[in-house]
Design a protein around this ligand. Structure first.
Ligand SMILES: Cc1cc2nc3c(=O)[nH]c(=O)nc-3n(C[C@H](O)[C@H](O)[C@H](O)COP(=O)(O)OP(=O)(O)OC[C@H]3O[C@@H](n4cnc5c(N)ncnc54)[C@H](O)[C@@H]3O)c2cc1C
Length: 433
């Protein structure tokens, strides 16, 4: 210190007063800088506290709003079918149409949970019974006054060109028009996004499986929540890129990333403008883009799409509890479903299945997916709808014996009955069919 003072003193021409003055000025400057820094730190800390308090308050308000919505939903819900008028039919892309539905009675509608579906009971000319099918709500629950569903015409399976295309989806695509009145059951389903949570989510959609995913992403966007959302959509090309405007609108939110994959883009389609990635939605793509694997994953698409992604996610270390999926048909995704039903059926003689009303008693065929398929194979008529344990059309009373479910039913049947589309026999079984 002494040396520094001496050096400064000699630099200033040996003036001790001047040196002291400069030193005091220096000390004063340091003091000012220190107090300014600490004031700035204090201010930043206070601002952060205020921001956290604001965020806590917003979360509380959102939770309260959600509770109110749930209470409202219970009051506004309905039992059985309600008449809805088709207010608008919109062609989304090749073979896919959206339908905006308003209640015929013009009374308010319950808000649904994003991911839930409507069940339609369609009176199709030439059919002796209503055709029951489920369709996910494709808009956000915030759109009061109407519901929207988006339906793809189901073609015959690729290897069965001789069979007719899907009954209900063809009817929607070809016959249903604005002004028609449809019978609709209230929104339901266990596959939905919990809007009270803030966990970051990844939404994986293949083709028309985008419907519940879009509802979830739009719900987050419109709630004002800053929840992190990664939205992946896969289709072949722009010709199948349904609900494109909705996806483009989502991409404008800073907390929502939209990644569109075309597996066979058309020559005039531009990467970066029309789509982001060439190829399918894969776990390899997720590994490349996501910062880590600790998200909650929701997926919907065809059986192969979901199986591949589910297996890839599990191999990547994503816990099973964080993977949620919706099957639009009889597809199963979880490996765990198999052992529960395989053990009793595989060991020992095949169980005897008796269809009491039809007077048939036959050995169970373990190659078949479920009791509904087995009944069909035996020429026993059981009504069916969604083939996914959702609509309840295939319910049959059990006279004796028991069943194992491949997946939990959306609405469990009454005691002593079973949903034949999603169960197999535990052992010998007598059905009232
Ligand atoms: C919870 C849930 C939500 C859903 N959400 C949507 C949605 O948002 N959008 C959507 O488009 N779909 C959705 N679905 C699927 C929808 O419910 C129907 O399953 C779908 O539209 C097909 O019904 P369909 O009556 O047109 O076909 P079906 O008549 O049931 O036929 C299904 C398939 O079987 C074929 N087939 C017909 N006869 C034979 C035969 N003899 N042998 C072999 N094959 C045959 C048909 O060609 C067709 O490919 C959802 C399903 C569920 C369970």
């Amino acid at each position: 210190m002494q040396t520094i003072i001496q050096q400064v003193q000699s630099a200033l021409g040996g003036e001790p007063g001047l040196v002291l003055g400069y030193l005091l000025l220096g000390l004063l400057f340091v003091q000012v800088v220190l107090s300014a820094t600490s004031a700035a730190r204090r201010l930043a800390h206070e601002r952060e506290q205020q921001r956290l308090a604001r965020e806590r308050l917003q979360n509380l308000v959102r939770a309260a709003q959600a509770t109110c919505r749930e209470a409202e939903e219970i009051t506004l819900g309905w039992n059985g079918v309600r008449k809805f008028t088709v207010a608008e039919k919109i062609r989304e892309c090749e073979d896919v149409f959206s339908f905006r539905l308003v209640p015929h009675d013009r009374k308010p509608l319950p808000a649904f949970k994003p991911g839930q579906y409507l069940t339609f009971s369609l009176e199709i000319p030439g059919r002796d019974k209503p055709v029951v099918r489920c369709y996910s709500l494709s808009d956000s629950p915030g759109q009061s006054g109407h519901y929207r569903v988006t339906i793809k015409r189901e073609p015959p399976p690729p290897d069965r060109a001789e069979v007719p295309p899907g009954v209900a989806s063809s009817y929607f695509a070809g016959n249903v028009k604005a002004g028609d009145i449809l019978n609709v059951k209230a929104p339901t389903g266990h596959f939905y996004l919990d809007m009270n949570k803030v966990t970051p989510i990844v939404l994986l959609a293949g083709g028309v499986g985008v419907t519940p995913m879009l509802s979830m992403a739009k719900a987050v966007a419109e709630s004002g929540s800053k929840r992190e959302v990664w939205f992946f959509f896969g289709c072949r090309s722009g010709a199948e890129h349904m609900l494109r405007a909705d996806m483009e609108a989502l991409a404008k939110y800073s907390n929502i990333r939209v990644e569109v994959c075309y597996s066979r883009p058309a020559p005039n389609e531009v990467q970066g403008r029309d789509y982001q990635h060439v190829g399918r939605v894969t776990v390899e793509l997720l590994k490349k883009l996501l910062p880590a694997n600790n998200f909650e994953y929701f997926m919907c698409g065809n059986g192969a799409f979901m199986k591949t992604l589910n297996d890839g996610l599990e191999a990547w270390g994503v816990p099973e509890k964080d993977i949620h999926y919706e099957a639009f048909g009889p597809a199963t995704v979880k490996k765990t479903a198999a052992p529960a039903i395989a053990a009793p059926v595989g060991s020992g003689p095949a169980p005897k299945i008796t269809f009491a009303k039809s007077g048939k008693s036959v050995d169970w065929n373990p190659a078949l997916a479920n009791l509904l398929d087995f009944a069909r194979e035996q020429g026993v008529r059981i009504d069916s709808g969604c083939c996914a344990g959702s609509c309840g059309s295939c319910v049959v009373a059990i006279k004796s014996g028991g069943v194992d479910y491949l997946k939990a039913p959306d609405a469990p049947p009454e005691d002593g009955s079973c949903l034949t589309c999603i169960c197999k026999p535990k052992g010998d079984l007598v059905l009232d069919a």
